[in-house]
Design a protein. Structure first.
Lengths: 72, 341
């Protein structure tokens, strides 16, 4: 995925409007970053990249950029 | 660990649920979670309502009603049963074992094996293996009772735990299931059993507190560890998807079940579910799903069941459900008195 696709991918998972997410958004400030979203992200990463994201890796994400850096 | 149990068959399954259904989409819950978040929660979990215990109804009350119907329909005399095992994490009392209240309620004999096991969502598939193992040397007939009950407590609101617990509360339903298992020539049961004590605090409940769950860790466990084990189990017993008519997984929630199905590439029509109307009923969720889908299972079929959860503990059973296995879901609100024999 390129940078744009990664943002689109995350917007879809977080169910926010197109263009609402930018790389510098802090996850703590995002109302949508709840437990269901985290689980959806884990599942989507497993499906898309066939990669298992650990709970520690998930917990280390602080910004949208952190997730984008992780995504392939 | 994979095991083959010879000459074991399931004769009947009855699941008792309290009649009151608690809707997930209601004002009180929306007020705490916010309407948007609540709706999203319901959409992802797929759980719209759960049965909830009212008043003083306890685990043994539901168990007794399930056993009563099971004995009637299998035409088993109570005194022909050699083993009675009850698996719950909602014991009636700290002691005695809840199984003793069931033993008292029917004319069971005294020379039999009766005890409780403390397990949750893996309880049914681990219980089937426990019973199947014991039946190799001990008696011919067994009743396995599995399940948990959930009761709303208004006092929760006074504690700081309620808001955090609410998302779990919206998953959890009440149900107690009773299964008749008998030594039967020629019927095989394959079992797989795993446990990982390092995850013992991923789901826990301390005395006087509400249960707590590390959702991320449990989800990761379900979609990674559990699916890997099921794949390995099928390989070990030399079966493929063609040898399975129905898959019955623990009804954790839709998000988990959809992902398990996706990862194991299971055709949608082969997965039986019951979570929408009954939620996650812990150990009872597999037998409850069997009863709720009796239309499909009426002609029997080769079933692969897999329970996973608190422990962490996960297990699976592959067996041929014989035609005319009695399956029934019943509503039960009866309360048996403890002081009366």
């Amino acid at each position: 995925m390129n940078a744009e696709e990664k943002i689109e991918f995350l917007e879809e998972i977080m169910e926010v409007e197109e263009g609402e997410l930018t790389v510098d958004v802090r996850l703590d400030d995002l109302e949508e970053w709840d437990s269901i979203t985290k689980l959806s992200l884990m599942a989507a990463i497993r499906k898309k990249n066939n990669k298992v994201i650990t709970v520690e890796e998930l917990a280390s994400f602080q910004t949208i950029k952190d997730i984008c850096d992780y995504l392939e | 660990m994979m095991t083959l149990f010879d000459n074991i068959a399931i004769r009947g399954v009855v699941t008792a649920v309290p009649s009151y259904a608690d809707e997930c989409n209601q004002a009180e819950y929306a007020q705490i979670m916010g309407e948007k978040r609540l709706k999203k929660h319901i959409r992802y979990t797929g759980i719209e309502r759960r049965r909830v215990v009212m008043d003083e109804q306890k685990t043994s009350d539901l168990a007794n009603d399930a056993v009563r119907v099971l004995l009637q329909k299998t035409l088993w005399n109570a005194d022909s049963v050699d083993i009675l095992i009850l698996i719950t994490q909602a014991q009636d009392m700290l002691l005695p074992a809840t199984a003793m209240f069931v033993h008292r309620a029917f004319p069971f004999k005294k020379d039999m094996l009766v005890f409780d096991i403390n397990l949750g969502c893996s309880g049914y598939t681990t219980g089937l293996q426990t019973v199947a193992g014991l039946l190799q040397n001990f008696g011919n007939r067994a009743i396995l009772i599995v399940g948990d009950i959930r009761k709303y407590n208004p006092e929760w609101k006074e504690t700081g735990e309620w808001e955090e617990y609410l998302t779990d509360w919206l998953l959890l339903g009440s149900g107690i299931s009773a299964t008749a298992i008998e030594k039967t020539d020629g019927h095989k049961m394959y079992g797989m059993q795993f446990v990982d004590g390092s995850g013992c605090m991923d789901i826990y409940k301390e005395y006087g507190h509400l249960s707590r769950m590390n959702g991320d860790a449990v989800f990761s466990f379900a979609i990674n560890t559990v699916t890997d084990s099921v794949r390995q189990f099928m390989k070990d017993i030399h079966i493929t998807d063609k040898d399975v008519d129905y898959y019955i997984f623990h009804q954790a929630q839709k998000l988990i079940l959809d992902n398990i199905r996706d990862i194991l590439e299971i055709p949608e029509e082969k997965i039986l579910v019951s979570y929408r109307d009954f939620g996650n009923t812990s150990g009872a969720s597999i037998p409850l799903t069997m009863c709720a889908n009796r239309g499909q299972l009426g002609d029997g079929g080769r079933v692969l069941m897999c329970g996973f959860g608190v422990g962490l503990s996960w297990s699976a059973v592959y067996t041929n459900l014989v035609k005319d296995t009695y399956l029934k879901l019943i509503d039960s609100d009866h309360i048996y008195s403890y002081r009366q024999v």
